[in-house]
Structures are given as C-alpha cells and as structure tokens.
Ligand binder design. Structure first.
Ligand code: SAM
Ligand code: SF4
Ligand code: F3S
Length: 471
C-alpha cells in the first residue's frame, strides 16, 4: 500500500501569500537593491536538486544570488549527514558565520537538509548557535516560505523538523544550476536500511513521483535544450514499488527514451538487489540511455554484505555485471565501496580487492566507515584501528588507480561521443559516456554541445583528445 501523499496544488498555492510577504519585507528593508542569497549544498545530487528548488522559492521571494557569503542577506546551508566528516564541515562553516552576523544583524541564517533532520543535531544548533534563525528538515521543504515568513514576522527563531514523511511536492519553482545538464528527481527516501546508513532515517520511506509528472518535467527539460537528464533517487531501481500507477523503472526509462529530441538519460543510484535483467534489457533497447552504470557494491565479502543488510552476495553481484555485459557490451561500471565496516577482517578486505580486480570499474567512490548515531552498525564491535583502516583504504585506491590507468591507456585511438562541459583555459573538459573526462582544445562557445572526440593520449589522471566533429 502506498503511503505517498502528494502535496496538492492548493497546499502549494497556500505558500504564495508568504512568498509575497517576504518579498514586500525585503523591498522595504533593502529599497536600494534586491536581497541576495548565498546557498551552499553539502552531500549528494538529491541535495543539489533540493537546493535548486530552494533557489526557485527564493527567486520567487525576490532574491538574487551571490557566491560571496559576506555580501549575502540570507545564507542557507543544505546539509548532509552521511559521514561524520560531512557534518563536521557544516559545524565549522556555521560557526564561522558568527562574526558576519554580528556585523550584519539583518542577516538571515537558515539550515536545512539531512543533518538537521536529526533531532539531536537540530537541538545542538539551536542551543549552541544562537545566531541561526531557522532550522527545517527534509519533509517540509515546500513550506520554506511559510517558515521564513514566520521567523521574519514573529522575530523568533524556529526549528521545524517533523518526523512524519511520505510527502511528494509537485510544482515547487526551480532555478537550475546548469543549462545543459539537469537533475530530475523521480523518488524520495529509502527503505533499505543498510546497517551503516543514516539516509532512511533522515529522508523517510521510499515514495515515487507519478510517471506523468516525471515525463512532463522531462519534456520541459528537452524543450529547454537540456542535453543530459539524470534521474535521481536513493534506489531508482525500485521506482514505482507500492504505488498505484504500476509503472516500474524500466518502463519509466522506455517512456522517457521515446520522447523526441537529442538527449542522454542517466540515472543514479542503483541497488544491486533491485537491478533486474529487465533493466539491462531495457538499456540495451533504449538508445538514449547512458551506457554508464553506477552500481554500488560496498563490500566484496559475503559475510560483511550480510552484516550490512545489503541482500545480495558477491556471486549475485558478479552475475549481474556479467549479464549486463552480455546484453550491453559497451556498458561501463562505477561503484561505491566502504572500507573498515565494523568487524571487517583482512580476509574480508581482500575479498573487496579481488572483486575490484574482477569487475574492472571505470572509477570508484571509496569511503572509510563512519559510525552514524542511531544506525545498527554504530553499535557493532569495531576492533580494527583507524590507522589500519587508512592503510587498507590507501591500498584499495592504489589498486583502482592502476586499473583505471590500464583502462584509459587502452582507449587511446578510439573516437567517442562526448559532452563538452567545462572551459579550463584554452581547453574544454568533455565527459565520455562512461563518465571519464577527456580534455580537448576548444572555446567556451562550444560548451553544452556534443562532439565526436578522438582520444590521443592517456595521462595518469586524465585523457587528452581532439574534437573531430561538433554534433
Ligand atoms: N543509495 C545509494 C546506494 O545505496 O548506493 C547511495 C547512498 S549514500 C548517499 C552514498 C554512499 O555513501 C553509499 O553508497 C556508501 O558507500 C557511503 N556511505 C553511506 N553511509 C556511510 C557510512 N556510515 N560510512 C561510510 N560510508 C557511507
Ligand atoms: Fe543508504 Fe542503503 Fe538506502 Fe543507499 S540503499 S541510501 S546505502 S540505506
Ligand atoms: Fe547526504 Fe542526505 Fe544525500 S545524508 S548523501 S544529502 S540523502
């Protein structure tokens, strides 16, 4: 049974008067120029996408945007809780705002996102950082105008982190960061409860957007000239599960693939448990779906995978990769992996190394286990020292680097379609379908276009190439 509650257009429209009142407040407070907002995002693409919606709401309130925190009238940090390091950075960066607030008393400081959805963190900010005006959690993003208006009109600090979840809000305005690459959230939350992970606690239960809403947004993006659309969710493979509409992830891909236009569909993140043969068959049949697949494996040891509550074995993971390669021969893989999960032994770790060798990933996102309060793994015995974990971590990254170097060396001489993304001096960094970056000569006017690129040289950290044809 679906517990998804779509925020009705009426509920969203109820935010409009607050938006207007904030606009009037700032027009009166700062008659010389529109107020400026500085928005900083921590964490994953879900948060980046949420920040684009926050910017949409701020723009509707009359805000312009600045990259300089010291010229802002409102500073908002959209926070991440996934590892301790992410949280430490936020504590440090919020602490550093104290002096700014002293110099500029009207400065509004707002914290939102996954980190502050945790009650103990929200309380810590409220008690120890009295210059923070508003703290709100992940489930009330669409009520940002109402919450901010309350703080302004009542001249009172506010914490709003209700634990009820299941909301999907359609129609929040959006200011996108990119002009040719777009994020398109298709679902929210996670039901997997991997034992190390805080996400299900701070993002709530898994719920999917209606396929019609997703398709409509995809159409808008294509019409606006976006060349790459990345479908987002913590576990996109379980899109549609438990929802009445009956559209699963492969079907959603097929429907988007059928839309007219020259664009590439990417998606993240996939969970091996839910990545089905149907999904790989669909990728094989859909020419607009990227041949790059991000499939986190987390550990190569069956014992640790069980402790992590991942619901697949090393053998099942390798079978999936083999099946994918049999139906999509040019598919490439990246992955996430954790070193130093509680109780991991040298033998377990070596299983991880051997899996890395066996698969041959394009690249890896590698993490040292970070205990998260409230998760089962944080309470498990963890006898391996931090120094030992760092050594293993370095061993693993060195292995991946040598495998990546071999792989890129073998690409020299090939010609591939690439998206010209970022200007760096006289060069452009272009992204190949498998997510590897190739540096080519070119100028900023080419940014956002596809090109055929010939790989001419493989450096240890980057590929060099030349543009053969702009597409
Ligand atoms: N839902 C995605 C998945 O299952 O792969 C992504 C989850 S998380 C945002 C991204 C990555 O962070 C995970 O794949 C995992 O490798 C890592 N991660 C999550 N919790 C962690 C923890 N407590 N310590 C270290 N790494 C962690
Ligand atoms: Fe976290 Fe696991 Fe959910 Fe990914 S699938 S968000 S790692 S609980
Ligand atoms: Fe971080 Fe929340 Fe994403 S915890 S990784 S921002 S879902």
């Amino acid at each position: 049974m679906s517990r998804t509650r779509v925020i009705s257009p009426e509920e969203l429209a109820a935010q409009r008067p607050y938006t207007n009142r904030i606009r009037e407040y700032y027009a009166f407070l700062l008659p010389e120029h529109p107020p400026l907002a500085f928005v900083r995002t921590y964490g994953c693409q879900q948060n980046v996408s949420d920040s684009e919606h926050i910017k949409g709401m701020l723009a509707a309130m009359g805000f312009g945007f600045t990259e300089q925190a010291d010229e802002a009238d409102l500073i908002l940090f959209n926070t991440c809780a996934v590892r301790e390091h992410a949280e430490d950075r936020v504590f440090g960066n919020v602490g550093a705002l104290k002096n700014l607030k002293r110099r500029k008393p009207h400065l509004m400081i707002v914290l939102c996102g996954c980190m502050v959805q945790q009650e103990h963190i929200a309380q810590k900010f409220y008690k120890s950082y009295p210059f923070v005006n508003l703290i709100f959690g992940t489930h009330v993003l669409y009520r940002f105008p109402e919450l901010l208006c309350g703080v302004i009109e009542e001249q009172k600090r506010r914490v709003e982190i209700p634990s009820e979840d299941g909301n999907i809000a359609e129609g929040i305005p959006v200011v996108r960061d990119g002009s040719f690459k777009a994020w398109l959230p298709i679902m929210n939350g996670c039901n997997n409860f991997c034992t190390y992970c805080i996400v299900p606690y701070v993002r709530g239960r898994e719920r999917s957007r209606d396929p019609e809403a997703v398709i409509a947004e995809a159409k808008e993006l294509i019409a606006a000239g976006y060349k790459e659309i990345t479908l987002l969710g913590q576990n996109v493979n379980s899109y549609g599960k438990g929802e009445a509409h009956g559209v699963n992830f492969p079907e959603l891909l097929r429907r988007i693939n059928a839309l007219e236009g020259d664009f590439l569909i990417r998606f993240m993140t996939s969970h091996p448990r839910d990545a089905t043969k149907e999904l790989f068959d669909t990728i094989a049949a859909c020419e607009k779906v990227s041949r790059h697949f991000h499939l986190p494996f987390q550990s190569g040891s069956n014992r640790i995978l069980k402790e992590m509550n991942r619901h697949y074995t090393r053998e099942q993971y390798l079978d999936l990769i083999a099946y994918a390669r049999s139906v999509v021969p040019d598919i490439s893989f990246t992955s996430d992996v954790i070193v130093g999960f509680p109780g991991e032994t040298r033998e377990d770790f070596e299983q991880t190394l051997s899996l890395i060798e066996e698969v041959g990933f394009v690249s890896l996102f590698t993490f040292i286990f970070s205990p998260r309060e409230g998760t089962p793994a944080a309470r498990m015995d963890d006898p391996v020292s931090a120094e030992e974990k760092v050594k293993w971590f370095q061993e693993m990254t060195a292995l991946q680097e040598s495998l990546s170097a071999k792989r890129t060396a073998a690409m020299v001489g090939e010609t591939k379609k690439a998206l010209l993304e970022t200007a760096v001096g006289d060069f452009i960094e272009a992204r190949l379908p498998d997510n590897v970056i190739v540096r080519v000569k070119g100028d900023a006017a080419m940014i956002g276009k596809h090109a055929l690129v010939r790989i001419t040289e493989a450096k240890s950290w980057i590929l060099l190439g030349e543009i053969k044809q702009i597409l």
